[in-house]
Design a protein around this ligand. Structure first.
Ligand SMILES: [Zn+2]
Length: 525
């Protein structure tokens, strides 16, 4: 009942807060974006012509795109909106462009928005660490609307093409396949990238900079390239080539790579790395010449499957993106560096989760978060990863991989809630996982566990006490270690705040070890 109540409360908070998103997602579905952008060296003003291909799911007399309006010199000014060569009346206020356009359910329309302005964020126009001017899209979570008219929500995916005109000393990277690169004249080059598979706007970007570019390798006909600052040419090519075996591992363990290519790009992203679809933007500092970014590379590549292709249905389920990327980095490291490396990472992340829970006792899926940047927390990353780790223990290795591949296959190029992941794993394992997901994902905290034991007459009796506020039910492995070094592995189900457990023991143990193989998220008291 406790869990049902929690779930109900979550539902209520979600609906009030997110209603505006759901209303729009129910009315329109963007099919394709064509962004024609002009970048210059004269100013940070960009000129854009966006053609937005809209499918109407309901009869409407108006609808909204997200676009930040110009204010104090930053933001976008809409020059005109057209459809079928006719002007579309519009109103532009703050973040919303309202188009007075009448359509019936099932209609399609191409809406052309001509605009210009200096992006406040979303497209970072600045100088890199070598003083060279650069342009880098940086949309996560919903900053795409600072430079693009879009439905800025992960559940409205669309195909996209970029036609970027820029001074010829820049090379332009974008999502998908390179369709065209033409020197318009001595000074200006047009670059056209196109993604034929749908993307969420959070990973829909271009970058323009002076780049050194190298093909790092090819895996299953997918080109993997490195785009680094020319000053970092040798170091960057060396560092980013680590992406090649990572791609191979993910394709073999999760499923076919969803995109046309992978470019690993040194950039001015505000994050350590940003998993933009088919062109990952890494921070400038990621290049050292010592291959120090392997974990980061594995993390961002994991996102190509989890987050970009199988995306969270809304931001509050961001752990389906970050938790997966965190855990799959650990798994990649395990096959490369061995079990000890993996267990070390799990233990370190468990400590971080415990420390975080003492600062903020909130569940992983926490609809109270209104500033989505705050979702970049230990819950989404480390705890999300630990949920997958415990799920693997719960269903077993074989079902875990079957579940991962089924989940990806079912939700690729689409969106999922935590509930969808649960349903997939219930399907492959035959287990009911309601309580597992309720306590680890929808409830805050983790068990704080104390074990006092005594031995008498070939019996070992352990008194377990859970001192945390929340209720948890879980299986705990216990090693009974004897003086001669021999060990017996036992499993106990703990489902109360205080319980006594008695098992046979051949003699007085030297010690007992809780969770000897590091499978449980708990704090030992
Ligand atoms: Zn990430």
């Amino acid at each position: 009942m406790r869990y049902l109540l929690t779930a109900l409360c979550l539902l209520l908070t979600t609906s009030a807060f997110a209603q505006k998103h759901y209303d729009r997602l129910a009315a329109i579905d963007i099919q394709h974006y064509r962004f024609e952008l002009t970048l210059t060296d004269e100013s940070d003003k960009i000129n854009g012509i966006a053609t937005v291909d809209v499918l109407f799911k309901k009869d409407v007399s108006s609808f909204q795109l997200d676009l930040k309006k110009e204010n104090n010199g930053k933001g976008m000014k809409v020059l005109t909106v057209m459809s079928d060569n006719k002007k579309v009346p519009f109103a532009h206020e703050d973040k919303k462009l309202t188009l007075n356009y009448t359509a019936k359910a099932g209609d399609r329309a191409k809406i052309l928005v001509a605009y210009e302005g200096v992006p406040e964020t979303g497209l970072i126009i600045s100088k890199n660490k070598y003083g060279d001017r650069t342009f880098f899209g940086d949309n996560w979570p919903d900053r795409g609307h600072h430079w693009l008219p879009v439905v800025d929500h992960p559940s409205d995916k669309a195909t996209v093409e970029w036609i970027v005109t820029a001074p010829s000393h820049y090379q332009v990277i974008g999502n998908g396949r390179l369709k065209e690169r033409t020197n318009i004249n001595a000074d200006i080059t047009l670059t056209h990238w196109q993604s034929e598979v749908v993307l969420p706007t959070k990973v829909m970007v271009i970058g323009a900079a002076r780049f050194a570019i190298q093909e790092s390798g090819e895996i299953y006909d997918i080109s993997i390239s490195s785009w680094v600052y020319p000053q970092d040419r040798e170091k960057g090519f060396y560092d980013y080539a680590q992406a090649v075996p990572v791609m191979d591992w993910f394709i073999n363990h999760v499923g076919p790579y969803p995109y046309a290519k992978l470019a690993n790009v040194q950039s001015k992203t505000q994050f350590g790395g940003m998993e933009n679809a088919s062109n990952i933007f890494y921070s400038e500092k990621s290049v050292t010449g010592n291959r120090t970014a392997e974990g980061l590379i594995a993390h961002e590549i994991a996102h190509q499957w989890f987050g970009n292709s199988a995306s969270e249905a809304n931001w509050h389920h961001a752990w389906l993106s970050e938790g997966f990327a965190t855990y799959f980095t650990n798994l990649y490291m395990e096959q490369k560096y061995g079990r000890e490396n993996f267990v070390g990472r799990e233990k370190e992340q468990r400590e971080q989760i415990i420390a975080f829970s003492k600062q903020q006792r909130v569940p992983i899926v926490n609809p109270a978060i209104e500033n989505y940047m705050n979702l970049l927390n230990t819950n989404s990353y480390q705890k999300g990863g630990w949920v997958l780790h415990m799920l693997r223990k719960k269903v077993g290795d074989e079902n875990f991989w079957k579940g991962i591949q089924t989940y990806y296959d079912q939700y690729k190029l689409s969106n999922a809630y935590t509930e969808d992941l649960k349903n997939v794993f219930e399907g492959v394992s035959g287990l009911s996982l309601d309580q597992f997901f309720a306590q680890w994902v929808m409830q805050a905290g983790q068990p704080e566990l104390k074990a006092d034991w005594k031995y008498k007459g070939k019996k070992l009796t352990v008194n377990f006490t859970q001192s945390q506020a929340e209720d948890f039910i879980f299986d705990l492995e216990v090693d009974v270690v004897y003086e001669d070094g021999s060990t017996e592995r036992k499993t106990v189900r703990l489902d109360r705040k205080s319980q006594e457990w008695t098992v046979d023991a051949k003699e007085k143990p030297a010690k007992i070890v809780l969770d000897p193989d590091t499978w449980l998220l708990f704090e030992q008291k």
